[in-house]
Design a protein. Structure first.
Length: 477
């Protein structure tokens, strides 16, 4: 047994344990105050990884449930409009039956029935053309429009909605592109430097607000490297042009959104000496045709690159660098398909469903029942016309009611059941995430009490340990 004054091992041991108890006490307070067992990655790295994965899934499920509810509202809007069409068709059928009773009706009464049927037909066409969910038309045949790239050399992406050239897209067709003006990048040439190894001189300049400095030994090639290393900040690249023996600054982006603002305080870089120069690219222009409709597409709209062209209806086409040329003329670059609307109803990729809504204009209803007749060209002023009108209207009623049945099946057996299934999945996933991330308050209070006692006991013991070396004073008397 030995007695020392300078190194109090017992006090050091007590201090270390008090420190650990204090850390655990603070951690316990954090868990109790936040309700979370994992407040940082250090608390449980593996648990954090699993928990964040669950949280991402929960966010996806929440949005999928919202998407499903939106799809229900979408289909209810369409079904409600078709319900009104059904009512109009019933009225039209009654008028056709009445017109067949020519033995009691005068010609003026039959003509009145014909006028009412014409009004009903106009109303059906109006409902088909005006029924919308937000800005998306539902019953004019354009609700399920999609487009896919067929010429990957000239375009990299295409998006065509239900409207094109100011009219609804109601038929499949090719997308024809003619580039009338190619997009360009902004470009500024520097002062002349005999070779890439020529020194540019000491000074400073800025490109799009980013400052650059050079010294007496900086060469043109080194300056090019400096600018290219900062291209992520400036949006500008540089190259040495051996033909004109100068440095050429070019914007990364095409079109008017690709800009260069060069400010040279010392005049070593700018071709015209000290001062500022600005340049911008030129937007691409293209004529796009689908069927017989044509629209003008312009680049750099809505903050997009000059290679992404859009029209007044919000459709867009993204050119490749190869496609950014006026030599691209009458090229079929994509295919438009009028089919079914797609809804993302799951939290993961590929978990989608579709609903087909056709064209319910009067000219599209009742076709095939009588050769050459649709709801749009009925004539009940003759006995044979009234008979044919009944056949056409019956076919139209069958067409509309079958579509309503499909919409109802989509709502009940796809969307509503999906929401219930997602709700159960969310509940169980949230329970799993909670078991990993949340604090067990009862267990944590037990730990809190333990650490509190250890902290108090440790402080008491530390005080005793600090007093222990005083016993050595008895040996010095």
């Amino acid at each position: 047994m030995s007695f020392r004054i300078n190194t109090n091992v017992a006090a050091m041991n007590a201090l270390r344990n008090v420190g650990q108890a204090n850390q655990e006490f603070n951690n316990s307070i954090t868990r109790l105050s936040t309700g979370l067992r994992i407040n940082s990655a250090a608390d449980d790295p593996a648990g954090l990884i699993i928990s964040e994965s669950f949280r991402a899934q929960l966010t996806g499920i929440d949005q999928a449930m919202s998407n499903s509810q939106d799809a229900i509202n979408y289909s209810k809007t369409a079904e409600g409009a078709l319900n009104e069409v059904n009512g109009l068709l019933r009225d039209a059928r009654g008028l056709a039956v009445a017109s067949g009773n020519s033995g009691t009706l005068t010609s003026s009464a039959i003509q009145a029935n014909q006028s009412q049927i014409a009004s009903i037909v106009a109303s059906i066409t109006r409902i088909a053309g005006n029924t919308q969910f937000g800005t998306k038309k539902l019953l004019d045949g354009s609700s399920g429009v999609s487009a896919s790239v067929t010429d990957g050399v000239n375009i990299s992406a295409v998006s065509i909605g239900g409207q094109f050239g100011g009219a609804a897209v109601t038929a499949n067709g090719g997308v024809t592109l003619t580039v009338t003006q190619a997009a360009t990048q902004a470009s500024i040439g520097s002062a002349v430097f005999a070779t890439s190894a020529t020194a540019v001189g000491a000074g400073s300049f800025s490109i799009n607000g980013v400052n650059f400095t050079t010294d007496a030994a900086t060469t043109a090639a080194q300056l090019v490297d400096k600018v290219n290393q900062a291209s992520g900040q400036t949006g500008v690249t540089a190259r040495y042009d051996t033909t004109n023996t100068n440095i050429v600054f070019e914007s990364v982006a095409y079109g008017s959104n690709g800009k260069i603002d060069l400010a040279d305080a010392t005049g070593n870089i700018r071709a015209a000496g000290a001062g500022a120069t600005s340049a911008a690219g030129v937007n691409a222009l293209a004529s796009v045709k689908i069927g017989t409709a044509t629209a003008l597409f312009t680049g750099s709209q809505g903050g997009n690159s000059g290679l992404t062209l859009s029209d007044a209806d919000g459709n867009s086409i993204t050119l490749t660098q190869a496609g950014n040329a006026t030599s691209v003329a009458n090229a079929t670059v994509a295919q438009v398909l009028v089919g079914s609307s797609q809804f993302q109803i799951g939290a993961n990729a590929g978990q989608t469903t579709n609903l087909s809504l056709g064209n319910f204009a009067a000219s599209q209803l009742g076709g095939g029942a009588v050769s050459g007749l649709t709801l749009a060209n009925l004539d009940v002023t003759t006995s044979s016309g009234a008979t044919n009108a009944l056949k056409v209207i019956d076919a139209a009623i069958d067409q509309v009611t079958r579509s309503r049945g499909q919409i109802g099946n989509f709502q009940r057996n796809v969307l509503q059941s999906n929401i219930r299934a997602l709700g159960a999945s969310r509940e169980n996933l949230a329970a799993s995430e909670s078991s990993i991330r949340d604090t067990d308050v009862a267990a944590e209070m037990t730990n809190f009490t333990k650490q509190q006692i250890l902290q108090q006991a440790g402080m008491s013991v530390l005080a005793q340990a600090n007093q222990a070396p005083q016993a050595v004073l008895a040996l010095l008397r």
